[in-house]
Design a binder for this molecule. Structure first.
Ligand code: ADP
Ligand code: MG
Length: 679
């Protein structure tokens, strides 16, 4: 890429020290510097009074009516006040602790002030006086910097580098695409990100660069998907259709229409020569386990092995139980492998697995250890897949000769994220709950109302129901979690025992202990289970119809939804009580949303809106790319357009041979070198 790919120390005036500072900002090459865009702009647009929101930062212009008055109070504290006449009204302007400004403010002179608008008092709290003529000040870019470099230094460096190297900036999108969407040329757009002539030019620049990022990214994703599903990798698993149908007949219920549809999609993938790489999305309680069981049965019916990996031991045990109850033990041999599997048992399992004696292995991360060897692995399923890193998922696949892969997730993923984070997968969605479920009723109460809720609970317990009480998650320390849970446990024991029994479950317990406690709850030996979030995923006790979540505002929407999904699994009306006195508006908003909807997709869209894509999964490992300019939420329409364009391109078989697309072939090659791009 000509001079632009040279390291930054090639720039005149950038010595080793400065180069190091720039490196720490992720700027390695001249190109990186030229495309180190501002993360926001101080959009200090002049506005009129009726356009302004309360607490908004604005520029107001007007005439000073009288000389300002300065009042001093307290130590070094002062308040400078004057009245200003704007086009609409006379307003008060106050500057705190800047008495020296008095010399700059003169009666009957025109003035422009940047400040915060107080809508109630109809007054402006001034932050800065602007020169009335100064146009450049109106829209100033703000860059991420660190202690070692100032905004101004960086801006100067970017400007001088643009003068020197800007001409080397090449177009990287084909002309037909630029014309079709009237996209600004790369060079102009890049420059206008730093030094826009107008707000409009800057907007068009962002649009162009966001399109470029989204488009190149998605072409790349399709390329990956094609690689993942290509024929050479796959195997055609010609399962026994009759056997499979007979198996489905033995299930205790009729599949929902959505379950039937996804079973068909998965089975078609299995038969197909292409390699399966599919994501199965379904809200909590939508019945994914049974779909997994059917897929595993299909594979096993013709002599392949299957693996099911889950994030927690409790969940692994529960899956083991469900599958044991579904399969004929003579026909399908199952085993459970976790970190608490005893050595002797473990050796036996590994031997049976290698000899082909075992058909299905269920387990936690233990499945990806080196000693675990399958004889003929045909299908790998990971449940709650977002809990696993990309590498862990890959390691499991490598246990076999490219087994088909099914990822399952109960976190409904907003469409925009699904496109970007899972763009390389096929997606199946179970968008319907089994018939007869009654929507969970959710209430938000304050801590002081707890005892009246406990009294209400008593009446439900008397009718034979059971309850979960979920303790807050205290991120700093698992010990605190346990202490907290123990205190709540003791309080509830005092309240309910001896009439009802209370159990306690937390992450510090041994696996054996956890299992006993879960079993007691399942068998209704305990009626109330106090638990930390270890029960978050997958636990299934249909007789539990009440859940009380303490300090509910400490949880994100997605997690609250997961937790709540533990009730409402039977045919009785279920309740979720959120106990919280949130301080932040966001916290209050979350509580409110939870009481308004039980639809996981609605919640996930809200969650994404409130937290942004980075925090959505609560983990960096989610595989969501970080875009420099594009914002997956705000720029969703651009993302969608770019996606359709990428698909259309890919569907033209010879696109990469066309002369007009050579520029694209080159850009994609260059992207390959960029380290931050996928893993
Ligand atoms: P999830 O998708 O959250 O993993 P599960 O697979 O645990 O959900 O299913 C939730 C509950 O619904 C289980 O008790 C399961 O037996 C039941 N279930 C699944 N499919 C159906 C169906 N088609 N009709 C009735 N109940 C079903
Ligand atoms: Mg599940």
């Amino acid at each position: 890429m000509n001079q632009l790919s040279s390291p930054i120390n090639q720039i005149k005036g950038v010595g080793p020290k400065r180069a190091e500072t720039l490196e720490s900002l992720g700027i390695h090459t001249i190109y990186d510097l030229l495309t180190y865009y501002p993360f926001r702009y101080d959009d200090i647009q002049e506005k009129t009074l009726d356009e302004i929101q309360d607490q908004e930062k604005v520029v107001l212009k007007g005439t000073v009516l009288a000389e300002p008055v300065v009042n001093y109070y307290g130590f070094k504290k002062s308040r400078l006040i004057f009245r200003m006449m704007t086009e609409q009204a006379v307003i008060n302007v106050t500057f705190f602790n800047q008495p020296f400004l008095k010399s700059k403010i003169h009666a009957s002179e025109e003035i422009a002030i940047y400040g915060k608008w107080d809508g109630k008092r109809k007054a402006l709290t001034g932050m800065k006086i602007l020169a009335t003529q100064d146009e450049e000040e109106d829209f100033s870019p703000i860059y991420h910097v660190n202690k070692k470099i100032k905004q101004k230094t960086l801006v100067d460096l970017i400007r001088s580098s643009w003068d020197l190297y800007g001409n080397d900036m090449e177009e990287n999108l084909p002309t037909w695409l630029l014309e079709k969407y009237r996209l600004m040329p790369k060079k102009q757009a890049s420059y206008a990100m730093h030094f826009p002539d107008s707000v409009e030019e800057n907007r068009l620049a962002r649009r162009r660069l966001a399109f470029e990022e989204f488009f190149l990214f998605q072409v790349k994703m399709i390329q990956l998907k094609n690689q993942e599903t290509r024929k050479e990798l796959g195997k055609s698993i010609l399962y026994d259709v009759d056997k499979l149908k007979a198996f489905i007949q033995t299930l205790p219920f009729e599949l929902t229409t959505a379950q039937k549809r996804v079973v068909n999609e998965i089975c078609a993938d299995l038969r197909n020569e292409a390699h399966m790489h599919r994501l199965l999305q379904g809200d909590v309680g939508s019945g994914k386990t049974i779909v997994a069981a059917i897929a595993l049965y299909a594979v096993v019916s013709v002599g392949y092995q299957g693996a099911l990996m889950v994030p927690t031991e409790i969940l692994a045990e529960q899956h083991m139980e469900s599958l044991l109850s579904l399969f004929d033990p003579e026909e399908v041999k199952l085993a459970l492998l976790t970190s608490s599997t005893k050595q002797a048992k473990r050796r036996e399992i590994l031997a049976d697995l290698a000899s082909g004696e075992l058909d299905i292995l269920i387990g936690t991360h233990s499945l990806i250890q080196e000693e675990v060897q399958f004889s003929n692995l045909g299908l790998v399923i990971t449940d709650e897949q977002h809990r696993f890193g990309v590498n862990q998922r890959k390691l499991l696949r490598e246990k076999g000769d490219n087994p088909d892969v099914l990822f399952m997730t109960a976190t409904p993923i907003p469409r925009t994220l699904a496109i970007t984070a899972y763009g390389e997968m096929d997606v199946s969605v179970i968008d319907e709950l089994p018939a007869g479920r009654i929507p969970i009723e959710t209430r938000w109460i304050l801590p002081k109302q707890i005892d009246s809720v406990l009294t209400w609970m008593t009446s439900q317990l008397k009718a034979g129901q059971q309850a979960y009480v979920i303790c807050p998650l205290i991120e700093e320390s698992e010990m605190l979690d346990v202490k907290n849970a123990t205190e709540i446990y003791e309080h509830l024991q005092q309240f309910f025992e001896p009439n009802f029994k209370v159990g306690l479950l937390h992450g510090k317990m041994k696996a054996q202990e956890k299992e006993t406690i879960m079993d007691d709850f399942k068998e209704n030996k305990t009626q109330i289970l106090v638990s930390t979030t270890v029960i978050e995923v997958g636990v299934n006790v249909p007789n539990a119809s009440m859940m009380m979540i303490m300090d509910a505002d400490r949880f994100g929407l997605a997690q609250l939804h997961q937790l709540r999904g533990r009730v409402g699994r039977g045919s009785i009306a279920s309740y979720c009580i959120l106990v919280a006195s949130p301080k932040s508006d966001q916290g209050k908003e979350r509580m409110k949303i939870m009481t308004e909807t039980t639809d996981g997709f609605v919640l996930s869209e809200k969650d994404l809106e409130m937290r942004g894509p980075g925090d959505f999964f609560g983990a960096k490992q989610s595989g969501i790319p970080e875009f420099k300019v594009g914002d997956m939420v705000a720029d969703a329409p651009i993302l969608e357009t770019a996606r359709l364009e990428a698909i259309t391109l890919w569907n033209q078989e010879d696109w990469s041979l066309q002369p007009e697309n050579q520029i694209l072939v080159k850009s994609l090659k260059e992207r390959e070198k960029e380290s931050e791009f996928l893993d």
